[in-house]
Structure formats: structure tokens, C-alpha cells
Design a binder for this molecule. Structure first.
Ligand code: NDP
Length: 247
């Protein structure tokens, strides 16, 4: 596991947007960021789940969160403009963005991959992070120390049979991360990196590996040290890196 001991106020006064904040790793990240002082914007497609996290953050006495229900599959470019403008009006800047939401699609040979599903997976896993980053970039430029984190996977670094659109989308995420990092190289106030969470106890993992005992895997809370490190000021110099949460 990546080792890092954060200060309790590591993310104080930071505004951080988390996609797919309603479940799994995104849920743990949102709560962990809030526990370290951040104001977290919870973006996801199931409002009920977002409300539960919101309440948990409030009950814990962390900074009040915000909810932004949005289905990344159906969202239009204009929806991203509306989101960026809303965030600008409400908060003025963004200090962090965790691109976490994604869908698995199906595990099947490329030869037989369903075309409609291919487009759906690419829309959520690749096009949405592109549109969100592009429209929100102006908000990061208003922040003194902004961190963008893309979420990859082992199959985004080495192709593996049957992982189809999911694997291809994660390769593309690594490429997009590198391009944004290179383009922003001379902007010392924005860094862009990717995380491979590694096998983690979530519903996506259980769907991909139905025969596996989930209790043999770390829960999302256990992989948070790398997320905190990359979101906070200690990673200020780190840009364009592909990192593993469980190394
Ligand atoms: P989960 O399926 O548990 O959670 C995914 C989250 O993304 C859910 O909150 C889901 O919303 C949200 N989401 C999915 N589709 C959309 C959409 N169209 N619009 C908005 N939100 C959406 O996945 P994990 O927590 O396991 O995965 C988190 C990230 O980590 C993903 O990028 C995944 O690829 C990556 N990863 C995970 C690994 C693991 O072992 N768990 C290993 C390697 C990478 P809802 O709750 O409403 O369904």
C-alpha cells in the first residue's frame, strides 16, 4: 500500500469535485477529503446515494458538501458548461478534481463487443472526463495549487483479453492525462496525474470477478493514502505520473 501520513487539516479550504461520489472508491474519497477539511462537491447519477454521503459528511461535522446529480452518459457539452458556470458562481475556483466515475461494460472478446455498449462505456469513461476537464480548466487556473486526478486500471496499462471498451478507455485516460500534464507543464499551479487503485472491494470489482471473495480485498478506505497525497500540497511537484494506490 502507498504509505503517507497526512495532516488532519491537509485539505482545509480546498474545493474538490469527485465524480461517481455515491459509491465505492468515489464515496470513500469524498468522505476522506471532507474529513481532511475539504469542501467536497459530490457528482453522481443516483441522487439518493449522494444525499446519504452528504448527510454522513454533515453528521461527522466536516465542511458542508454540495450535491450535483449528473448522468455522465447522457450529459451534453452544454451540461458541462452549466456545471462549470455553477461552480464558478458558487465557489469561484476548484482546487481538486477526482475523475473516478466509470462503468465496466462487459467482459467479452472485441470481435463480439456490442457497439452500443462500446459507445456508452467511452462516453462515461473517456468523453466525460475530457469534457469535464476542458470546461473546468478555467476554475483550476483560479486556484493556487490545483490537482487533477484521473482513474486508470491495470488494464489501462497492459491490454488483457476480454476487457474491451473498459480497457481501451483506461489506456486513453492515461494518454489524456499525459497530454494535459504536458500542456500544463509550465503552469506550476496545476498538476495532473493518474491513479490505478488496484483490486478494491467494490461492486464493480465484484461484477468483474464474481467468484472472488470480496473480503480478501482491501476496502476503498484502505487505498486513500495516495488519493490524499495527490490531492494535497505535498505532491506539488508531481506531474504527469501514473501511480499505484496499492504499491
Ligand atoms: P463502482 O461501480 O463501485 O462505483 C462507480 C461510481 O461511478 C458509482 O458511484 C456510479 O454511480 C458512478 N457512475 C457510473 N456511471 C455513471 C454515470 N453515467 N454518471 C455518473 N456517475 C456514474 O466502481 P469502483 O468504485 O470500483 O471504481 C471507481 C474507479 O476505480 C473507476 O474508475 C474504476 O474503473 C476504477 N478501478 C476500480 C478497481 C476496483 O478494483 N474496484 C480497480 C481498478 C480501477 P451509481 O452509484 O449511481 O451507480
Amino acid at each position: 500500500m502507498f504509505e503517507y501520513t497526512p495532516s488532519p487539516t491537509l485539505l482545509a479550504k480546498r474545493i474538490i469535485l469527485v465524480t461517481g461520489a455515491g459509491d465505492g472508491i468515489g464515496r470513500a474519497a469524498a468522505k476522506t477529503f471532507a474529513a481532511h477539511g475539504a469542501t467536497v462537491i459530490l457528482l453522481g447519477r443516483t441522487t439518493r446515494k449522494l444525499e446519504t454521503i452528504y448527510d454522513e459528511i454533515e453528521q461527522a461535522g466536516y465542511p458542508q458538501a454540495a450535491i450535483y446529480p449528473m448522468n455522465l452518459e447522457g450529459a451534453s457539452p452544454n451540461d458541462y458548461e452549466v456545471l462549470a458556470n455553477t461552480l464558478e458562481n458558487e465557489f469561484g475556483q476548484l482546487d481538486g478534481l477526482l475523475h473516478n466515475a466509470s462503468v465496466l461494460g462487459t467482459l467479452t472478446p472485441l470481435e463480439h463487443y456490442d457497439i452500443k455498449l462500446w459507445y456508452q462505456v467511452m462516453q462515461v469513461n473517456l468523453n466525460a472526463p475530457f469534457l469535464l476537464t476542458q470546461t473546468c480548466l478555467k476554475l483550476f487556473k483560479h486556484a493556487p495549487d490545483a490537482s487533477l486526478i484521473f482513474t486508470s486500471s491495470s488494464v489501462g496499462r497492459k491490454g488483457r483479453a476480454y476487457w474491451g471498451a473498459y480497457s481501451v478507455s483506461k489506456f486513453a485516460i492515461e494518454g489524456m492525462m499525459q497530454i494535459f500534464a504536458d500542456e500544463l507543464e509550465n503552469d506550476s499551479t496545476i498538476r495532473v496525474n493518474s491513479i490505478n487503485p488496484g483490486a478494491t472491494r467494490t461492486s464493480m470489482r465484484a461484477t468483474a470477478y464474481p467468484g472472488e471473495d470480496p473480503m480478501t480485498l482491501p476496502p476503498p478506505e484502505a487505498i486513500m493514502p495516495l488519493y490524499l497525497y495527490l490531492m494535497g500540497p505535498d505532491s506539488h511537484e508531481v506531474n504527469g505520473q501514473t501511480l499505484n494506490a496499492q504499491d
